[in-house]
Design a protein around this ligand. Structure first.
Ligand code: 9D3
Length: 231
């Protein structure tokens, strides 16, 4: 899968994809991540990407021309399997099921919003959809784009070593809608806190039952919304 990120801060992305699973998947040719500097599609002396909102108001907006130019050069004609997403605070919320859908694509262009927002013609006439990563205020779309690349890349065949991608993660769904159970490693006692005895014994049926109960308890306590208990 080929990811394209359009941003006014290309340096932001030297880092997030250079570690662990994503870095290895890039080297193995499982995915490609191309960073595009939005200013490459400006034609004035100052490489202007922003301007003031019509009608007045605080702050600046991303101008439409460089964004259209960038996306139209990256994907000259939109084909099946290619999608363009604008990261914005107004978008639909990203989650694991959106990630699973995006993992089917061949090309994904992520346009990072900045300033107080983006000229609305980008959302209306250029991108396929607008996505937010949650109900909180960020300074721009770059962290959102990094979150989406990381989440989607893990689902690609071969990236986690799961050739068949059958172990397709579904956040809680694979665990019957529950959170992961608590896990422990050595030492068996740390500062007086003991690892549950059942995990130290070799009774795998008993361990399975303990994990299941512990998952249920923890989900009810931390994420009652996942078991239909409201938030
Ligand atoms: C919603 C608040 N806006 C009205 C005053 C101001 C505003 C907040 C944040 C304008 C732009 C931004 C920049 N945010 C993003 O570009 C963004 C974002 C986010 O803020 N939260 C969650 N996901 C995302 S993805 C892109």
């Amino acid at each position: 899968m080929h990811f394209h990120i359009v941003t006014i801060f290309p340096e932001f992305f030297s880092g997030p994809f250079e570690h662990g699973v994503i870095s290895r998947a890039k080297s193995a040719g499982r995915l490609e991540i191309q960073i595009h500097d939005l200013r490459n599609w400006t034609y004035d002396r100052h490489k202007t990407v922003d301007d003031r909102p019509f009608g007045g108001g605080e702050g600046m907006l991303l101008k439409p021309e460089p964004v259209f130019q960038a996306v139209e050069s990256i994907l000259p004609e939109r084909q099946a399997g290619q999608r363009v997403i604008l990261l914005s605070a107004q978008g639909g919320k990203f989650d694991q099921s959106v990630a699973r859908e995006l993992a089917e694509l061949t090309d994904l262009v992520l346009v990072c919003g900045r300033y107080e927002g983006v000229d609305e013609r980008v959302a209306e006439h250029l991108v396929d959809e607008e996505i937010s990563i949650g109900d909180f205020v960020l300074s721009g779309g770059e962290l959102g784009a990094a979150v989406i690349v990381d989440t989607v890349a893990r689902l690609l065949p071969g990236v986690l070593g799961n050739e068949d991608s059958s172990r397709n993660e579904s956040f809680a769904a694979e665990n019957d809608g529950l959170l992961d159970c608590p896990q422990y490693t050595r030492p068996a006692e740390f500062r007086g806190w003991k690892v549950p005895d059942v995990l130290l014994g070799g009774n795998h049926e008993e361990i399975r039952r303990w994990r299941r109960a512990a998952s249920r308890e923890k989900t009810g306590r931390l994420r009652p919304d996942l078991i239909g208990g409201g938030s």
